[in-house]
Design a binder for this molecule. Structure first.
Ligand SMILES: Nc1nc2c(ncn2[C@@H]2O[C@H](COP(=O)(O)OP(=O)(O)OP(=O)(O)O)[C@@H](O)[C@H]2O)c(=O)[nH]1
Ligand SMILES: [Mg+2]
Length: 437
């Protein structure tokens, strides 16, 4: 069971950092002071794993145009220990405290770091940083003169508020290729879980929400291989030798920030991949979760493989936690298929299997995913753009309006077409259930 620490979930946006506008020398001295302090207090291996990556992010941001880091480290030690009166230090002390706090996150470590800084200061300087600490750690209101560091203070507070929430955990299961990973990508609004027409997900993948968008995807693979700015290539190439964790900001249909962990699992019926079934069964039995999303592809309804997995779920899992997702409804044709009949048919089957009053959520995970790309202004491939155009027309038709299968989802007249489509495509209603409706 993967319970990651706060470091892995942290959002940190350095794009507007006040130091970026400074001269090379100032940036170099500042970074050496920052890394010196962080390395003095973060000494446990797990702390170091994250703080070293965070420092790397700062280094990439501040020093990409400067060569020699060995020299800089020496300067850093000297600056922190002795040169009290230099003009840059007064200006940057409060900034240093913010950055140290954003890297260390843990209040005990932050207080240790503040002690190191305080020991270099006069009593006037100590009082000065005391005010910043009170804003940061005790949430005193921000004074005008600290407006330059306000965005960093807000980032620290947003992270802390997020970490203090209880995490909701959702596990997703299905036969192979039912669209589990596509559904997860629709929930996140980004292509983070690997999808394919062929057998794809090969092990457990934990996907965690982050407090706000900073455009950084975190990836932690087996063997503690950690990256805090994973590329599309990184996400496509890791080995399925064990569970994988990914953290990123999730774009929801109705903006609200909640801690969520979605657990992707391998499909259970791939004849050549028996191990996948064992991995998924073990996860379904041992993980802690609030909901199980059981994804069903209509073409699998009534097949031996589907009935087998449904029976296993009915016999082994708490039935009241299972929500059924009838996926790929964009493939339906008005002339030959009936969504209503499929939903009713599935309901009858589930009741026979012992699910008393099954919750069934009809959806098109793929169109929902495209909608999220559209809403967040992300690039679509040519295929995706064509499919988006076609499906947005299809889902505006009343026969594909899936909102009627969800409680409390009403289309309002003055909302945008895209928001109306999230209701028609099913993702809006499903998110209400997932986020605790
Ligand atoms: N038309 C349509 N295709 C979908 C939908 N959801 C998923 N697919 C497609 O179905 C195929 C399998 O999707 P995945 O999300 O990889 O399925 P999975 O259940 O995670 O598969 P495994 O991990 O191999 O068990 C991909 O080609 C998806 O594009 C949908 O809502 N509509
Ligand atoms: Mg998958």
């Amino acid at each position: 069971m993967n319970k990651v620490n706060s470091f892995f979930l942290e959002s940190l946006d350095l794009r507007e950092h006040p130091l970026k506008k400074e001269k090379k020398k100032i940036r170099a001295i500042y970074f050496s002071a920052l890394s010196y302090i962080v390395n003095e207090v973060a000494i446990q291996p797990e702390e170091k794993l994250y703080t070293s990556k965070r420092l790397q992010m700062y280094q990439d941001m501040f020093l990409s145009d400067i060569d020699s880091n060995i020299l800089l480290t020496k300067v850093g030690l000297q600056v922190v220990k002795s040169c009290i009166g230099r003009p840059w230090r007064k200006r940057f002390r409060s900034l240093l405290i913010c950055d140290v706090s954003l890297i260390l996150l843990d209040e005990n470590l932050i207080r240790k770091a503040i002690n190191i800084i305080s020991n270099c200061l006069s009593s006037w300087g100590k009082a000065e940083i005391g005010r910043v600490i009170a804003i940061l750690l005790d949430k005193n209101s921000i004074e005008k003169k600290y407006l330059a560091i306000e965005s960093l203070i807000i980032q620290y507070h947003n992270n802390k508020t997020f970490f203090s929430q209880v995490e909701r955990r959702i596990i997703v299961t299905a036969n192979m290729s039912a669209g589990k990973s596509t559904l997860i990508n629709a929930l996140i609004g980004k292509p983070l879980a690997r999808t394919s027409q062929e057998v794809c997900t090969g092990n457990i993948c934990y996907l965690f929400n982050k407090p706000f968008e900073d455009n950084n995807v975190h990836l932690l693979t087996q063997m503690q291989m950690l990256t805090l700015n994973a590329t599309t290539e990184d996400l496509c190439n890791y080995e399925w030798s064990g569970p994988v964790s990914i953290a990123s900001y999730f774009t929801q249909s109705t903006p609200q920030i909640q801690r969520l962990c979605v657990i992707d699992t391998p499909g259970v019926d791939a004849a050549l991949y028996r191990k996948h079934t064992d991995i998924t069964h073990a996860a379904l039995l041992k993980e802690e979760y609030d909901l199980v999303l059981y994804v069903i592809c209509p073409t699998n309804l009534g097949t031996d493989a589907e009935i087998r997995h449904l029976k296993w779920v009915a016999n082994n899992l708490p039935k009241e936690k299972v929500v059924f997702v009838l996926n790929k409804l964009d493939n339906y044709k008005d002339c030959s298929d009936s969504i209503e009949e499929s939903v009713q048919g599935l309901k009858d089957d589930l009741i026979k299997l012992g699910f008393e009053n099954p919750v069934i959520c009809p959806i098109s995970a793929y169109f929902s995913y495209l909608l999220k790309l559209k809403i967040t202004g992300q690039q679509m491939s040519d295929d995706e753009a064509d499919e988006y155009d076609y499906l947005s027309k299809k889902f505006m038709r009343s026969s594909y309006d899936l909102s009627c299968y969800y409680n409390d989802v009403q289309i309002s007249e003055n909302e945008s077409k895209e928001i109306a489509l999230t209701k028609h495509a099913g993702i809006y209603g499903l998110e209400q259930i997932i986020y605790g409706g």
